[in-house]
Structure formats: C-alpha cells, structure tokens
Design a protein around this ligand. Structure first.
Ligand code: ATP
Ligand code: MG
Length: 430
C-alpha cells in the first residue's frame, strides 16, 4: 500500500515543538487578557460571500488564495483565510455591537492557497486582537502597545514598527484618483497584474511583490499627502501616544496592506531576521467593515500576528524551546507493583495537582524503565519494585543531578516529593 501523504504547505506541530507553541500562546493570551480583551472563538468555515465582501474582490486573497468548495447543499463555503471577517460577522449576528464595545482576541488556523516557502504556508496560525466600537487613536495606540509588550515578554528585540494612515474614505478616494492618474501615465511599465488592477483597485498595485515594479511604485503619490484634517489629527495623536510609550516607528507612506477594508491607521511589525517573509504582525483600522457587512456603522481596529513567523523569530532571538517533559516518571517493576503504583500515582496527583507525573505503562525491566525515565526528561524517578511493595515504601531518585536516592513510606510520598524537588534544579527554577 502506498503511504498516505500530508497536504503541501500544511504542517503537523509535533510534541517536540508543541510545548514551545503553548508557552508562546500563553504569553499572547495572558498579555491580551491583562489589557481587558476576551477570547472569541468563531468557525473555521464561513460563507464565501463573507470574505468576498470584506477582504475585497480585487485582492490576492480572494482572487487566488481561498480554499472554496460547495457543501452538500451546493452552498459555497470557504476555509477562513483570516479572522477579522468572521469576528465581525459574529459581532453582528450575536448582537454584540449594539450600544456595546468589544475588545477581543482569537487564535487558530487560517488557510491560503499560496506558494509554500519559509514563513509562508497554506495552513498557518494567527493570533488576532480586535477592538470594535472605538473611534479614537487611543485604541490604535493600545493595540500597538499590547503587541510591543508581547515582543518584550518573549525577549524579541528584532521587530520594527512601520506605520501609515490611509485616511478616511474621502481622502482615500482623492488618493485613488491621483494614483490612477500616475499609473495611467506609466501604463507601459505596469506588469499584467497591475494593469488589471489599474481601474478596479489601484491601491493594490502599491502592494505588488514584483521587484520590477518597485521603482515605479516608489514614485507614486503617497497616502499621507491626501489626508483630510480628521485623518491627520487622528494620525498625529496616535504618534504622540506611541512617542510617550517609548515605541519607535517609521512612517512608511507606501504601506497599504493586502486587504481592502482598511482606513486611517495601518501598521506592520517587520524584521530583517527572517528573510523574505519578514512581516510578523499586520493590522489596521477598518471603520467601514461592519456596515459593509450589514451591521450598524461601527468603527474598529485589529491586527493579526503570524504564529509561525513569531515562533521562528523567537528562536532566532535566542528564545529557549520549552519541553513537554514530566516532573516525575513512575517506575513500577513486577506484577505486584502495578496496582499500588497506580493508586500511589493518583494520590500523588491529588496532593500535588500541578506536578506532572508520567506512569510507566507496558511494564519492562528496571533497567529499561529507568532508561525510559531518563528519555522522558523527568527530573525525578519514583521507583516501586517488589521489595518496596513488601515494605510499603517507594524510592525517589534524582535523574539530572547527584542527589542521594531516598526511600519514603507511602503516606509520606507527597510531602517527600515536594521536599526532594526543592533540592533539585526543578525546585530551584519553578
Ligand atoms: P504577506 O504580505 O506576508 O503575504 P499579508 O499582508 O498577506 O502578509 P495578513 O493577511 O495581514 O498578511 O496576515 C497577518 C500576518 O499573518 C502576516 O503578517 C504574517 O505574519 C501571517 N501570514 C500571512 N499569510 C501567511 C502565510 N501564508 N503563512 C504564514 N504566515 C502568514
Ligand atoms: Mg499575503
């Protein structure tokens, strides 16, 4: 039989990596919760129409990257390529946006049919932070401050903030006209993709990844020259708040982002440490999106952190991998040890709920069980053989350092493990 294959661009997160994922996710969750944001979980599949109407027809995501299929009723569904559309849909359908404001975070897999390469996959994960119902630049600053705190908590010092304002729809419209004029004058220099977008969505040309287009794009009219007063005031207050927070940024008037729904503030956290895929986090304001999806007009802003790129940057910046190792490995040798071993392990878990105790299953000699204990990465082995069962005692042995093995009676096990672990490296660290 031929072996089954995984899908190109979709990876498994193996036990050797999952503890690091969990550690990083814990920091993302804890920081977001600490700022008063609450988790929302939305479906991975939505109606295709939701993404067409929100992300925009003339975008790479909608034109080329969506996993779209008909369900058994012939309804077109799509695996979510990003989270904001689904979160806004949930806000509307659950009536969460009527006279209420929402500070939310969400995390999970996203799907885009892209060319797989380092930092770019077909299933990838995002951590999203979204604030709905807020008008002012203070919330824009808060979002950036939260992400900055996350980088600090992870020991990542290689990210730089790029900031821009696209302006209100009115100023965007004036910029759009200027852009169309400019690119019309240089129509011969446009690649096929850009020519196609010239009249449908000229802003998208600025987001082109074609290096041959770079010179032309660098001469194009910039958004910041077309800001109306409202947008300009918003942008300058945001910058003041960031200055006060000590967060450095570079205003990049060519930053437009790949989705259509942004207005006013857009930003990206970028690094030169990951090669070509250097954007770890991108976000911006989407004041028009809720009404565009049929809800009451609601200003909002959000950002998405790419988890695979964040984890890689964490590693590159010297972040230590976390291990899935137990604290104690329970060695039970011989038939007589089996029942008391299970009872003792359970009572130990009752007494010390945060202690990770792995039971040796499927028997084995003392030697082979000790080998497994060692390989498990546990700090200590708990040893129960026939002699111990006869004497109603149990051995405790340090596996990582030179400490004398001790023997304690069964009722004393919990207290003894606590004390013994205090004397090991494990106790000193945590
Ligand atoms: P890029 O310009 O790199 O394609 P994007 O503008 O399409 O990014 P967003 O839709 O803003 O990205 O998604 C937010 C973040 O999610 C990105 O900054 C990146 O870290 C991550 N991301 C996006 N697409 C992928 C992918 N295919 N594989 C891995 N991470 C991704
Ligand atoms: Mg993209």
């Amino acid at each position: 039989m031929t072996q089954v294959q995984s899908i190109r661009g979709m990876s498994d997160i193996l036990p050797s990596d999952s503890a690091t994922w969990q550690a990083v996710e814990t920091i993302l969750r804890d920081v977001s919760n600490a700022y008063g944001y609450a988790e929302i979980r939305v479906p991975i599949v939505e109606r295709t129409d939701l993404f067409r109407r929100s992300i925009g027809e003339v975008t790479d995501v909608v034109e080329k990257e969506m996993y779209t299929f008909d369900d058994r009723n012939g309804e077109s569904l799509t695996l979510r390529p990003e989270a904001t559309a689904g979160i806004v849909r949930a806000g509307i359908t659950n009536g969460m946006l009527h006279n209420q404001r929402q500070k939310l975070w969400s995390t999970g897999p996203m799907f885009r049919y892209e060319k797989p390469q380092k930092g770019r996959y077909r299933q990838f994960h995002q951590f999203d932070i979204e604030a709905l119902g807020f008008d002012g630049p203070d919330i824009d600053a808060e979002l950036i401050i939260i992400t900055n705190r996350i980088w600090q908590a992870l020991g990542i010092d290689a990210l730089e903030l790029e900031l821009n304002s696209l302006g209100t729809p009115a100023s965007r419209q004036r910029h759009r006209e200027a852009l169309t004029q400019y690119f019309l004058q240089h129509e011969d220099a446009l690649d096929a993709d850009s020519r196609d977008r010239l009249h449908r969505n000229p802003l998208r040309i600025l987001d082109s990844k074609n290096a041959d287009m770079a010179a032309l794009i660098s001469g194009a009219p910039v958004t910041t020259d077309y800001l109306d007063e409202e947008s300009a005031t918003h942008f300058s207050l945001l910058r003041e708040l960031l200055d006060q927070a000590g967060i450095a940024y570079r205003v990049n008037p060519r930053l437009v982002r790949g989705l259509d729904y942004y207005s006013k503030t857009v930003f990206e956290w970028v690094t030169d440490r990951l090669g070509a895929q250097g954007t770890v986090c991108g976000g911006g304001r989407y004041d028009g999106l809720v009404s565009q999806l049929g809800g009451r007009a609601t200003p909002a802003i959000g950002c998405a952190i790419g988890m695979e790129r964040l984890l890689e940057l964490y590693r590159v910046c010297g972040g230590q991998p976390a291990m899935n190792a137990p604290d104690a490995y329970f060695v039970a040798v011989g038939e007589a040890a089996l029942l008391p071993a299970f009872a003792l392990a359970e009572s130990l878990r009752d007494a010390l709920p945060s202690l990770k105790v792995e039971m040796n299953c499927d028997g084995g000699s003392f030697k082979s069980q000790m080998k497994r204990a060692d390989r498990s990465g546990a700090a200590i082995a708990l040893i129960l053989g026939e002699d111990e069962v006869a004497q109603r005692t149990i051995g405790i042995k340090a596996l990582r350092e030179d400490l004398e093995q001790i023997s304690v009676s069964w009722p004393d096990l919990g207290a003894a493990v606590t004390q013994y672990i205090d004397n090991t490296g494990l106790g000193k660290d945590g």
